[in-house]
Design a protein around this ligand. Sequence first.
Ligand code: HH2
Length: 258
Amino acid sequence: MGVVNVTPDSFSDGGKFLDPAAATAHAWRLAEEGADLIDVGGESTRPGARPVSAQEELERVLPVLRAMRDAPVPVAIDTMKPEVMRVAIAEGASMINDVNALRAPGSAELVAESGLAVCLMHMQGEPRTMQVSPHYDDVVAVVKAYLKARADAALSAGIGRDRIVLDPGFGFGKTVEHNMTLLRDLHALVELGFPVVAGLSRKSSLGAITGRPATERLAASVAAALLAVERGARIVRVHDVAATRDALAVLKALESSH
Ligand code: HH2
């Protein structure tokens, strides 16, 4: 899953793709590099980010969604807002990527009616404050129970089992230690029986581990994606598609060797 942030303030590429033409060109480039899915977002969820209105978010993503209608790959819309989901559905999006896991009133029903796929992600707190002092007694158990509850809620709303993917939400109300524990024990989440998404690309935990700024976290991001796939992730959400594909090709070759 290649990331396209149509925002002025995303933590690693904020401002680069605010212009719809630049965002669309980037999305096509990621598809050419081998992304199987493009994730378009119009609101940064980085720690401390300023929330934006549905209208502002739509003004950012709509031109890109329209331009992506003929794209060779499906498009996910990264949003927490039912108003944005509704428009994205009408504009031909294939997946709703909701870091709020369909907790906004009406969002589960909307997705159920649409027949689209959905990514349900775990987050402790909300983006503005989530990194202040994240705490868990057992991070894997808490995230697993939450994702199971959100998947059950989605199923009850009428979303088909084959349309749901789950995501531990690396960096969303989690310390470096929490993120590494979740990565190490990713198989525990795979046990829930849904495909698991992992999004570690360029995140601050990788900065803490390597001492590098967001622009210099390529090697760490590729390593994290590879480790996630080895531990059962089926989708990796990444900014650097070509490099990640190469790394995954080596893993695939290894797994198919005799
Ligand atoms: N991470 C970010 C945004 N959306 N969605 C899923 N499913 N999983 C993630 O880990 C995830 C996500 C944050 O990264 P990014 O989009 O690069 O930054 P920002 O939120 O600042 O736009």
